[in-house]
Each structure stands twice: as structure tokens, then as C-alpha cells.
Design a protein around this ligand. Structure first.
Ligand code: GSH
Length: 194
């Protein structure tokens, strides 16, 4: 299987961690998102990473679908519970973490594109979302003590925020939690780089 990805994508990081934990070999293909390859655009008309290409040519996206697909390949190192309530809770955390990172990406991009003229109300609202999300993580850390797709997704989002918006990063117990989870070999191997 081929994974079209970038080293900085928090969405691709989830997929890489799930594959490492489950010992599933992926052929990693680094994409240039400024000049998307024909292979990426043929596989995914929106040209997003991560996109997984199965050995039979089937393209799989987005990151949540890819993680669910990989986790379903075998039962070792389960990343998403099979029973309904536990599964819903983990996928809910993943959706939350993905939306948090979308806020962070929008905030970063707006300030990079318009450094002197960024939309003040919009960026303030995004920053407020990020701060509320941190408070939510802090008060629900007990739900993130198992290493599964929920904790991987939250840690991947925080990792992206460390990279792009270090002035905003989490504090307190969440910071300690992040430090510990970051030491896991699959997380340490996938730290985002530009
Ligand atoms: N919902 C998608 C989001 C993927 C996404 O937005 N990836 C970004 C990189 S972090 C991307 O491909 N951006 C390029 C573009 O949108 O043109 C997922 O979970 O896979």
C-alpha cells in the first residue's frame, strides 16, 4: 500500500502512527502540496493528503477512513474499540482533534498570507476556539489515558500547534500528558517537520 502524505500533516500522522502500531507496512510517498502529483490528483480529486492507495489501486481517503480501514485489517494493537459506545467515543475525540487542527491551520495560514492585514475578528474567534479546546482537553484528560486513535489524534493536533503556533500551546496537565505520549516510539518517529 502507498501512502501519499507530507511530513508535517497532522492528518497523515494519525495514519502513520496507526500503521506503525499495527505493524502494517506502508510505502510512504512525500507529496509537494504546492505542485501536486498526477498520482495524488488521480487518486483524490481534492488533492488532499493523506491518501492511501491499496495494492489493487483503490484510493482511500480521508484520514479517519484510512485509520478505520487499517485498524480493521487485523485485531492486534486495536486503535478503535469494536463495541459501539467505545467506538463512538474514540471517533468523537478524533473528530474534535481534527476540527481543532483545522482551526489552527486556518489561523496559521491567514497570518502567513496576510501578515499585516489579517482578518482580526476571524483570527480572534479561531484563537478563542483553540483556547476552549485546550480547556476541554485539560478537563477530560482522564478519557485520553489509553493509547488509541483518540489520544493519537489529540496528540497529533497538539504537535501541529507546537510546530506552527508555539505561542498558543497547551499548559498544565495537558502539557505533561503531551510530553509523555510524545515519547511513544510511533509518535517520536512521526514528529512533524516542515
Ligand atoms: N479531512 C481530511 C483533511 C486532509 C487535509 O486537509 N490535508 C491537508 C494537509 S494537512 C491538505 O492536503 N491540504 C492541501 C489542500 O487542501 O490542497 C483528512 O482527515 O484527511
Amino acid at each position: 500500500m502507498k501512502l501519499l502524505y507530507t511530513k508535517r500533516s497532522p492528518f497523515a500522522r494519525k495514519v502513520r502512527v496507526v500503521a506503525l502500531e499495527k505493524n502494517i507496512a506502508l510505502d510512504l510517498i512525500d507529496e509537494d502540496l504546492q505542485q501536486k502529483s498526477r498520482r495524488l490528483l488521480d487518486a483524490n480529486p481534492l488533492g488532499k493528503v493523506p491518501t492511501l492507495i491499496l495494492d489493487n489501486g483503490t484510493a482511500v481517503f480521508d484520514s479517519s477512513v484510512i485509520c478505520q480501514y487499517l485498524d480493521g485489517l487485523h485485531d492486534k494493537a486495536l486503535m478503535i474499540p469494536r463495541e459501539s459506545l467505545g467506538r463512538m467515543e474514540v471517533l468523537k475525540w478524533e473528530a474534535f482533534a481534527d476540527d481543532l487542527v483545522v482551526c489552527a491551520i486556518n489561523l496559521y495560514m491567514e497570518k502567513v498570507r496576510h501578515p499585516d492585514d489579517f482578518h482580526k475578528d476571524w483570527t480572534a474567534a479561531l484563537e478563542a476556539n483553540v483556547r476552549r479546546a485546550f480547556a476541554f482537553i485539560e478537563s477530560n484528560l482522564h478519557q485520553l489515558q489509553t493509547f488509541n486513535l483518540a489520544s493519537v489524534a489529540v496528540a497529533s493536533s497538539l504537535g501541529y500547534i507546537h510546530l506552527r503556533l508555539p505561542h498558543l500551546k497547551e499548559q498544565g496537565d495537558a502539557a505533561q500528558w503531551f510530553e509523555i505520549i510524545s515519547k511513544r516510539p510511533s509518535m517520536a518517529q512521526t514528529v512533524p517537520v516542515v
